[in-house]
Design a protein around this ligand. Structure first.
Ligand SMILES: NC(=O)c1ccc[n+]([C@@H]2O[C@H](COP(=O)([O-])OP(=O)(O)OC[C@H]3O[C@@H](n4cnc5c(N)ncnc54)[C@H](OP(=O)(O)O)[C@@H]3O)[C@@H](O)[C@H]2O)c1
Length: 247
């Protein structure tokens, strides 16, 4: 089998950047297309590794909520084996996740939808030609367990939960549509577990001992899950350890 070409959206974030680092040193990966938005592309901590030097990493700055930017990026990268979307947002300077509906803010809700759900729909609209010829294609988005409607026992976090639930539904629809015309392709929603990144920083104090993962642990486990997808049906929601999460 030919070596892989991988595209990672949100590759400047905690999880996305570490995925690039881990994938760049693999002998079976030739090229990585990586995107950032407001951050400058991270310098790989393992860039001196000769295997990382061999990998052709191409960075693009793009706004993942911009349809034209997504269309041009996906249209320009050629054939891809894995497309992994790591873009997401839980809080910004002005808003955190809502403890009660009284804290709900329409602007924050719309931004959460725009960053947690919309990019996957835009990728879905334009990425099929890039993925269709891969012998073992993957269309993955990092979601969150709190987006599971069945699993929701605590409530709160309205905007983030709703946006990840909408993301999950979008992925499920894509898996059904593509099962008809791209049987090589596996569509998956991934739960990373609580991971030490900017996104989780303000919420780390209540995480139980041993439950806050390094980005290296999370990225490594998610890549392992992606590798095992070809033997599984498309359209699943799985955690870093392979646990099947109810939608
Ligand atoms: N960390 C956790 O504990 C945790 C738990 C559950 C789920 N998740 C999910 O995992 C995914 C990755 O999270 P993370 O922890 O790596 O977060 P992060 O470090 O905050 O990274 C977020 C990424 O999204 C990008 N981004 C933000 N706005 C964008 C835009 N308009 N266009 C393009 N890219 C944009 C950022 O790019 P710039 O920095 O360049 O702007 C960055 O690469 C998210 O979907 C998150 O919801 C994380």
């Amino acid at each position: 089998m030919a070596n892989k070409v991988i595209a990672i959206l949100g590759a400047s974030g905690g999880i996305g950047a570490t995925m690039v680092e881990l994938l760049a040193v693999r002998d079976d990966v030739d090229q990585i297309h990586a995107t950032s938005f407001s951050s400058t592309p991270p310098v790989l901590s393992n860039k001196q590794d000769s295997r990382a030097e061999r990998c052709d990493i191409r960075w693009t700055t793009l706004d993942a909520t911009d349809e034209v930017a997504i269309r041009e990026w996906v249209g320009g990268i050629g054939q891809v084996d894995w497309l992994i979307n790591c873009v997401g947002m839980l809080h910004d300077e002005a808003h955190g996740p809502e403890k009660t509906i009284r804290h709900f803010d329409p602007g924050h809700f719309q931004r959460s939808m725009a960053l947690n759900c919309l990019p996957t729909l835009l990728l879905g609209k334009y990425a099929l030609p890039a993925l269709k010829r891969s012998p073992a294609g993957v269309f993955a988005t990092v979601s969150a367990k709190v987006g599971s409607i069945t699993d929701n026992r605590l409530g709160g976090w309205y905007s983030y939960r709703a946006a990840k639930a909408a993301l999950n539904m979008s992925l499920k629809c894509l898996s059904i549509e593509w099962a008809r015309n791209a049987r090589n392709l596996r569509v998956v929603a991934l739960h990373p577990g609580t991971t030490d990144s900017n996104l989780s920083k303000p919420f780390q104090q209540n995480v139980p001992e041993g439950k806050l993962f390094s980005t290296a642990k999370t990225a490594g486990l998610l890549i392992q899950q992606i590798e095992q997808l070809q033997n599984q049906p498309s359209g699943r929601f799985i955690a870093y350890d392979g646990e099947e999460i109810p939608w």
